[in-house]
Design a protein around this ligand. Structure first.
Ligand SMILES: *Cc1c(COP(=O)(O)O)cnc(C)c1O
Length: 449
């Protein structure tokens, strides 16, 4: 009992100079919980006679360990050195700084979110944004919801509930954590009609599946995998030409690629030229803006979707609308601020990636490091199987896992990859403003391990 009383009191620990900075970072009540739990644990250890002669320094040290752990769970800046440009785990596309700054004021003051200034009465949200999206995509009408998964769900449930949706077997994909096309269809109250095989689907497969209960054909871009070799399915254009006009064809394009001449990816302009009835895609993949599900296509269909009661649950708020509007206007004006992030990064030449890797390499020359050629990918469910040549810093070390872990635990976490028993730091996606930090942090870590 006597020993317990010697322990530092909660309120003293809470104000301790090493604990105080965490109030701002994770909030005082959460710091208090952590300090309380730590003291409780120490008391138990004393009771069980597992430790003795506990000092204040020891307790504070234990607190700081737990406080650091909590701090690392907060949303924060990390350095993406993984070689995947749009990493779903790392926030996909960063937002352009000027776009962000220009969208600020309508967020920190009142605004006309649902007020029509011209008519001087209640208005509809995001109508101007929809006009901008129509201009960008060429489609007649547009709608924006929380994310692309939400877009697909809303399309399915408002246009096909209780009816059949035809999907090729080769397109029944799982995209990232938990987004499975067949599951979403079921949840939206539609029945899935599978056609073709995993590798081959023909026009006749689609035609033969159509009956009076068919709501539409859903085409899904198989974002994160590619079937190689003997595989085939009709292009959007051929499919649209061959299928009765009364059966809409809806295309989940996924990445938001407007115009891609370099690959056979069926992008949004191709879908428009093929007379596809509706397309949908994510706002924060290749498109290059914020998390959103963007739907574009025929006005009559968009109208039905926008009137569905669930639209209220899927709609986006002022922050998303303001950033998307700003981005869309810059895009229509061909401004540098609206060059999508992955394009900007890939256009930043290999020379630049090599230069950054060389800076790191020179600074760490006492250690087993080298500049190596390493290919990067766009990620974000676009262009599977497509790699772009680039450079990385390769670090060899006897305790590679510890070095990698120390990198992640540093004050701005550096996220890298292990490949062939070396740590690869892909420099392409390291912002120039972070290079000095990476340089000093790596030197520290390598010196102490
Ligand atoms: C990424 C992706 C989705 C899911 O989009 P979210 O915006 O993450 O909800 C759906 N379909 C395709 C084809 C995708 O690539």
């Amino acid at each position: 009992m006597k020993e317990y009383n010697n322990l530092i009191q909660i309120h003293k620990a809470l104000e301790h100079s090493l604990v105080l900075p965490y109030h701002k970072i994770i909030s005082r009540p959460i710091v208090a919980d952590i300090v309380r739990n730590t003291l409780e644990e120490v008391r138990n250890l004393i009771k069980e006679k597992k430790i003795e002669n506990v000092t204040t320094e020891y307790i504070i040290n234990e607190c700081v360990k737990s406080l650091e752990y909590a701090k690392k769970s907060r949303l924060q800046v990390v350095i993406n050195a993984t070689g995947t440009i749009l990493h779903t785990n790392l926030g996909r596309s960063p937002i352009n700084k000027n776009i962000w700054d220009n969208a600020r004021d309508v967020n920190i003051y009142s605004n006309n979110l649902e007020y029509d200034i011209n008519l001087q009465k209640r208005g509809k949200r995001a109508t101007f944004l929809y006009k901008l999206i129509s201009k960008i995509t060429s489609f007649e009408s547009a709608l924006v919801v929380n994310n692309n998964a939400g877009a697909i769900f809303l399309i399915l449930t408002s246009l096909a509930k209780g009816r059949e949706v035809i999907v090729s077997r080769g397109e029944q994909v799982q995209i990232g954590g938990g987004f499975r096309v067949p599951d979403i269809l079921r949840e939206a109250g539609c029945s899935l009609v599978e056609v073709g095989t995993t590798n081959i689907t023909t026009i006749d497969d689609y035609k033969n599946a159509i009956n009076e209960n068919t709501a539409f054909i859903l085409k899904v871009h198989t974002s994160n995998f590619k079937i190689r070799g003997f595989s085939d399915s009709p292009s959007l254009a051929l499919l649209r030409k061959s299928i009765d006009k009364n059966i809409p064809i809806i295309y989940d394009e996924g990445a938001g690629i407007l115009d891609d001449e370099s690959t056979d990816h069926e992008d949004i302009y191709k879908a428009f030229n093929a007379n596809i009835d509706l397309v949908c895609f994510s706002g924060d993949k290749i498109f290059g803006s914020v998390q959103a599900g963007i739907i574009a296509g025929r006005s009559d269909l968009i109208n039905i979707i926008s009137k569905h009661p669930l639209m209220r649950a899927f709609r986006v708020g002022k922050t998303i609308i303001s950033i998307l509007e700003e981005y869309a206007i810059n895009k229509l004006n061909n401004s540098d601020d609206a060059i999508n992030y992955s394009k900007k990064i890939l256009d930043e030449s290999m020379v630049e990636a090599k230069r950054k890797a060389s800076i790191l390499c020179r600074h760490l020359k006492e250690h087993d490091v080298s500049v190596t050629e390493a290919s990067v990918e766009t990620g974000g469910g676009a262009m599977p199987d497509t790699y772009f040549p680039s450079y990385a810093l390769s670090i060899k070390h006897k305790n590679i896992k510890k070095v990698l872990s120390d990198m992640q635990m540093s004050s701005i976490p550096i996220i890298a990859k292990i490949k062939n028993d070396a740590i690869l730091i892909y420099t392409l996606t390291i912002d120039t403003s972070h290079i000095n930090y990476v340089k000093e942090t790596l030197l520290d870590i390598l010196n102490k391990n």
